[in-house]
Design a binder for this molecule. Structure first.
Ligand code: GRG
Length: 296
């Protein structure tokens, strides 16, 4: 099957499950469900849940058993975007071509929608713990992996540094810390969680970890480049925000050409590692290429 078709099918599959997992119930105020759904079902690329599912497939895990983890990671990602768009953070009006959550629901409700998605992600994961002891232990280790990557040692840590340096001059070491933690950590955790929950061997886990690290960093360099030369229509948001906010980025330090060469090098190294999985890793490899060559 062609990659584009397969990707569309995977996105559809993730979206169906997200719909299924969304909270329902008379006792929940309708507005919070609407605010959560507005951003969660708003056309994301669904990269993290697909990476998680594909990592499970690479190690011959049961896809159905990792679906709660895949949905949870997309909910955590969505919460981070909602909060990142708030006036107290990046103050953005548009995401994926549509008004940001707080522009529609107001700042207070938007904070709560982010909180609710984060909390609900853990509720879903903990509601679906397998009963078999070995599977349960692997699954709980995967939940911990996600918690760690989303927290102060991961995404929040990266966002904290980003916020701290908003006004000041950042050095390259800090830029790398931010990239690795703010975006890289959740991408790496998607792969590791899918593998760990599916009982990966040490060697398999190592390969998927390195693949995740390389693709995670490449993802962020692409993001930096798109902020300089991206197509606003395709991106669904304005470009040039890094320059406007005097942020140092890969293109501002290394230039566009060298940044692009770095992405290519990271991609090739990531793909080399995947060889361990043979044809089972083929779609994951294509996904890596898509991430490195994306235009949105
Ligand atoms: C608020 C705790 C907290 C963290 C925010 C990830 C993050 C940390 C902020 C996002 C800021 C940002 C736009 C970073 C660039 C990289 C990134 C995460 C882009 C969006 O991810 P995609 O391209 O998004 O996977 P879609 O729209 O496809 O879901």
């Amino acid at each position: 099957m062609e990659f584009d078709v397969q990707l569309k099918e995977s996105i559809k599959e993730v979206e169906n499950i997200l719909e299924e997992f969304l909270p329902k119930g008379k006792d929940i105020p309708k507005i919070i469900i609407e605010a959560m759904e507005y951003s969660l079902m708003n056309g994301g690329k669904r990269l993290r849940p697909i990476l998680l599912i594909e990592a499970a497939k690479c190690v011959e895990g049961d896809k159905n058993k990792v679906l709660p983890l895949a949905c949870a990671i997309e909910m955590i990602h969505t919460y981070s975007l909602i909060h990142d768009d708030l006036p107290a953070m990046d103050d953005d009006d548009y995401r994926r071509g549509k008004l940001t959550n707080h522009k529609v629901f107001g700042e207070g409700m938007s904070v709560l929608a982010g909180d609710a998605l984060l909390n609900y992600a853990f509720e879903i994961m903990l509601t679906h713990i397998p009963e078999n002891y070995k599977e349960m232990m692997n699954y709980l280790k995967a939940v911990k992996e996600i918690a760690y990557a989303a927290g102060i040692q991961g995404m929040i840590g990266g966002q904290v540094k980003d916020l701290e340096y908003k006004e000041g001059v950042m050095d390259l070491e800090t830029l790398q810390y931010i990239h690795i933690h703010k975006t890289g950590a959740l991408i790496k955790a998607s792969l590791r969680a899918g593998a760990i929950a599916s009982g990966a061997t040490k060697e398999q886990l190592k390969v998927l970890t390195v693949f995740g690290e390389k693709i995670g960093l490449a993802f962020q360099i692409v993001d930096d480049i798109l902020d300089v030369i991206g197509d606003q229509k395709k991106l669904g948001k304005a470009i040039g925000s890094d320059q406007k906010n005097h942020k140092i980025t890969y293109p501002s330090v290394y230039g566009l050409e060298r940044s692009q060469q770095m992405i290519e090098k990271l991609l090739q190294e990531a793909l080399n590692h995947l060889k361990l999985f043979g044809s089972k890793g083929q779609f994951l490899g294509e996904l890596g290429k898509f991430i490195c060559k994306r235009e949105y």
